[in-house]
Design a protein around this ligand. Structure first.
Ligand code: DUC
Ligand code: ZN
Ligand code: ZN
Length: 469
């Protein structure tokens, strides 16, 4: 069965063109000039998808999600089913989630558990990174095996002592291992040891509100850890990818390393472009708990938002992911009413990444092709999914989004599909909207109706990063 997407403007990482897209089964088979002989003859036997007035984009690739993550005595509230359906509603057709090796456990058994949670439950395609929560001889050996099996990136934490934390020696050993097997080290770059000192002192002073989560996780701790990770990666001769970068000072470190020619990359997330410490983490009562995430939201009195948008333009920030890690206020965020340290860290956003970054196009921060590059093409290349994902070209998976630039709406807990009892972006007015979503040749969202199913999504084995300088 063929499908012809007609009348739209195809947006790629390199430009925008009026092009018809011919899909056969699960794949794109041709890009055709409108009204060309080939297009006219393809139309005779194809199902026609009318994209008039719409942008036609490769499906979004969200390279940073945490479905069902155990954290702080609870679990991230989206399952692989609810989270991937929400992702599809928002124009994301592939997620890369983080399987977690917890301290004292074997990488393999943890990965098997993760696979069991996801397999048969995802509505869109999915892949994994592996969090190495216990760097030792066995887990280092396992990293080599995982790369051969299509898990080609590994997250380490300089934060969360006693939970996910790795010390500098462990980090260096993991980097040396990645240098040998082609894997990419992803770093949560915050000095968790120092943060815990300030957090304990704050609580001792009675500073227990959510706001203090952001106050103690100082930008210096993010930039210091980013700097240290960059130097360790240089010594370890490994490429490095900094996750969820939020502070200007950390971006300066990344920019400097890149200017020196290092294979250092970074992502930011929509929350660091739109939300801030004072208005959101510091919201009245306990509402700030909904904005507790790490790295934290930064002060509106500094220039983090503007600097991050600039980084997205200059490619010192190469990817926008969500770090989707939702918790409900009720019974989850509420665990920390007496002490911000007990608030589970995370914000849900997998559904709104494409829309939120499109607002950057509307506001003149980035171009249309850059939107696609940041949200689909580069994450696919960075994490070895390209060219099956992240691009519309013959041979790529038919993961395609029709985006309506004329639509207007507001984000709300009342219209989102994530399993969260609040929205971090409540009331934010959005220009543009996901209109139609095609996942491997199957229309899963059209006319406001979702028809995707748990289990439609396939596990994707990834190749090595294709993004080295
Ligand atoms: N940061 C979060 O906000 N949540 C989960 C893990 C992390 O690093
Ligand atoms: Zn992290
Ligand atoms: Zn994360």
């Amino acid at each position: 069965m063929t499908m012809l997407i007609k009348g739209g403007t195809v947006i790629s990482a390199t430009g925008a063109t009026a092009t018809e897209v011919l899909v056969d089964g699960e794949e794109v088979v041709a890009l055709l000039s409108p009204d060309s002989d080939l297009a006219v003859s393809a139309a005779e036997s194809a199902e026609i998808i009318d994209a008039t007035g719409k942008y036609v984009l490769p499906g979004g690739v969200d390279a940073h999600t945490h479905m069902e993550l155990p954290f702080g005595g609870t679990y991230a509230s989206d399952t692989f089913e609810s989270g991937t359906k929400a992702a599809a509603w928002g124009g994301t057709t592939t997620i890369v989630d983080f399987a977690v090796q917890s301290h004292g456990r074997q990488v393999r058994e943890c990965l098997d558990e993760w696979m069991a949670k996801a397999e048969g439950n995802c509505a869109i395609d999915f892949a994994f990174h592996m969090i190495i929560g216990d760097v030792n001889d066995a887990s280092l050996k396992e990293m080599d095996i995982l790369v051969d099996e299509g898990i080609t990136s590994f997250k380490l934490f300089m934060a969360y002592p006693g939970v996910f934390y790795s010390d500098d020696g462990q980090i260096l050993r993991a980097m040396q291992t990645a240098a040998g097997n082609g894997g990419l080290i992803m770093m949560h770059a915050e000095n968790g040891i120092a943060i815990d000192v300030l957090a304990e002192q704050a609580v001792a002073r009675g500073e227990t509100d959510p706001l203090y989560h952001g106050i103690v996780r100082r930008a210096e701790f993010e930039s210091e850890a980013t700097h240290r990770a960059i130097k360790l990666a240089k010594v370890g001769a490994a490429p490095l990818y900094i996750v969820h970068l939020s502070a200007s000072e950390a971006l300066t470190e990344v920019t400097r390393a890149r200017n020196d020619g290092a294979n250092v990359f970074a992502e930011t997330c929509p929350q660091y472009l739109y939300l801030n410490l004072e208005d959101h983490l510091g919201a009245p009562g306990f509402a700030g708990a909904g904005y507790v995430c790490s790295t934290p939201l930064r002060s509106k009195h500094e220039h983090h938002h503007a600097d991050l948008w600039k980084g997205l333009r200059t490619n010192d920030l190469s990817v926008v992911s969500t770090d989707h890690c939702p918790f409900c206020m009720k019974e989850q965020k509420e665990l920390g009413t007496e002490d911000f340290r007990a608030i589970p860290n995370g914000i849900g956003g997998v559904e709104h990444r494409m829309d939120l970054i499109y607002q950057g196009v509307v506001q003149g921060e980035i171009s249309l092709p850059r939107w696609v590059e940041l949200c689909a093409t580069t994450p696919a290349r960075m994490f070895g999914l390209y060219p099956k994902k992240g691009v519309i070209q013959p041979g790529s998976d038919a993961d395609i989004v029709l985006y309506d630039p004329a639509a207007r709406w507001s984000i709300s807990v009342d219209n989102h599909h994530m399993n969260m009892d609040y929205s971090a972006y409540e009331g934010l007015e959005i220009e543009g909207k996901v209109d139609t979503v095609i996942s491997r040749g199957r229309v899963v969202l059209a006319d406001g109706e979702f028809s995707g199913n748990a289990g439609d999504g396939r596990y994707v084995r990834r190749g090595l990063t294709q993004y080295l300088m």
